[in-house]
Design a protein around this ligand. Structure first.
Ligand SMILES: Cc1cc2nc3c(=O)[nH]c(=O)nc-3n(C[C@H](O)[C@H](O)[C@H](O)COP(=O)(O)OP(=O)(O)OC[C@H]3O[C@@H](n4cnc5c(N)ncnc54)[C@H](O)[C@@H]3O)c2cc1C
Length: 408
């Protein structure tokens, strides 16, 4: 079988490996000068490959995405970790169950992987940008004949028995996934939901003073509440909002509320380990002569950024009455008018509607065309779930392509 993979990210390279291992002749087309740039970017802060929580819990992270859940079940975290180990990169379970390669970075894994792909005879065409499908003289689209553009502006066609697309979403477009494929697929009649930011920061209209003074400072061990659901962790203050762990975890709910209502109220619990009654009791025992800032620091252990947040949220009118102060510390109210743009998000929601693919990840409208990775309409939190599903859906699409080729 001759196969083309379009997109040289983790999903595309995994699809290429699977098909080449089954004896297919595989060419990967990647429009950047090198492959897997987002994977390398992900590895900069520790490559979180997957998660070690029990499988039912992990599968629930993908929500209502039956094909994705089936793919992750078939190529599960244990299989992904074994694959990594075979490439010489053993993995370990970090705090909170996240799984990382021992080297933490993506570079050694990618290097070994590219060697394996080379040994399998996979050809990687760099600077080869997919433009769209070829058409018959009558104007009918030829699903497995693709048009590419090269850096010298020349174009070429490549044809195969099966094609796997793995073009990614549209976050961090400078590393390659720019989402321009969306319109081409729509023009071919495929239902593609708008790409939207996922696992992203949120905007908060800080006063200039607060934004400048505290940009980059973490709010440690807080809980972020949206509509009664609280997520704990460290958030980072930015010049125009909040980023990091609990913010990313709540960003889908915040995004959806903003889309429905124009803005989203969120609450910051500055002391998730203490009940409101315990905060009240500690506050009641503060030293009478201490200033407000000193009382908040001494009696409640609040850091300067947390104290400043209380001032910021109350227009510098922090209540001192114990019940009111405790209520504020347990739920500092903020209004979020927008989430950060897609280009700054960790991942994309939206993409090819799952109703468009069969259980083999083949597009129902385009026989012989398979799709995998983040370009499909699923979303999941950070924690290794994104790469896990990108790899798993690639394995599923490759297996689908192989059986499609065998049937032909
Ligand atoms: C800063 C950051 C950190 C992250 N950290 C983690 C993490 O620790 N754990 C985790 O699970 N996930 C993480 N992610 C998310 C994860 O990297 C992605 O979900 C994953 O890379 C998606 O894989 P993919 O192969 O589907 O798409 P991509 O990795 O986006 O690959 C798509 C490829 O297609 C190419 N392409 C696009 N258009 C064309 C075209 N027209 N022609 C040819 N080629 C094209 C692109 O250049 C790219 O190489 C992180 C993301 C970011 C931005």
């Amino acid at each position: 079988m001759i196969a083309i993979v379009v997109g040289g990210g983790p999903a595309g390279l995994m699809a290429a490996e699977q098909m080449a291992t089954s004896g297919a002749i595989v060419t990967v087309h990647e429009h950047m000068p090198s492959v897997a740039r987002k994977l390398l970017l992900a590895g900069r802060s520790g490559l979180n490959l997957t998660h070690a929580e029990p499988l039912p819990q992990l599968l629930a992270r993908y929500g209502d995405a039956p094909q994705v859940v089936a793919a992750v079940r078939a190529f599960d975290p244990a299989a992904l970790r074994a694959w990594s180990a075979e490439l010489g990169e053993t993995t370990f379970v970090g705090s909170s169950g996240r799984v990382f390669p021992t080297a933490m970075r993506a570079t050694p894994l990618l290097r070994a992987w590219l060697t394996r792909l080379n040994d399998l005879g996979v050809t990687i065409e760099l600077r080869s940008r997919w433009l769209g499908w070829s058409a018959t003289p009558a104007g009918d689209l030829r699903p497995t004949t693709l048009r590419f553009e090269h850096t010298d502006s020349s174009t070429s066609e490549d044809t195969a028995d099966a094609v796997v697309f793995a073009l990614g979403g549209a976050s961090w477009p400078r590393v390659g996934s720019d989402g321009t494929w969306v319109q081409t697929f729509r023009d071919a009649g495929v239902d593609v939901l708008a790409l939207r930011p996922a696992n992203c920061g949120i905007r908060v209209a800080w006063s200039p003073r607060f934004g400048q003074r505290f940009a980059g400072v973490p709010l440690k061990n807080i809980a972020l509440g949206v509509d009664g659901t609280w997520v704990r962790g460290d958030a980072t203050i930015t010049a125009d909002g909040l980023e990091s762990g609990p913010v990313y975890a709540q960003s889908a709910a915040i995004r959806d509320t903003i889309e429905a209502q124009g803005s989203c109220p969120v609450a910051v619990d500055l002391h998730p380990d203490l009940s409101a009654a315990e905060v009240r009791a500690r506050w009641a025992r503060r030293r009478p002569k201490d200033s407000l800032a000193n009382s908040l620091r001494r009696a409640l252990g609040l850091a300067p950024a947390a104290v400043a947040l209380l001032r910021e949220a109350t227009g510098n009118d922090v209540p001192t009455e114990p019940a009111a102060l405790a209520a504020l510390v347990k739920a500092v109210p903020l209004v979020v008018p927008a989430v950060m743009p897609l280009a700054r998000a960790i991942s994309s929601a939206g993409g090819i509607a799952l109703a468009e693919i069969d259980e083999q990840f083949m597009l129902r409208r385009l026989p012989g065309v398979f799709v995998a990775g983040e370009m499909l309409d699923w979303e999941a939190p950070t924690g290794g779930y994104l790469l896990q599903a990108s790899f798993s859906t690639a394995v599923a699409a490759a297996r689908g392509a192989i059986s499609w080729g065998a049937r032909r």
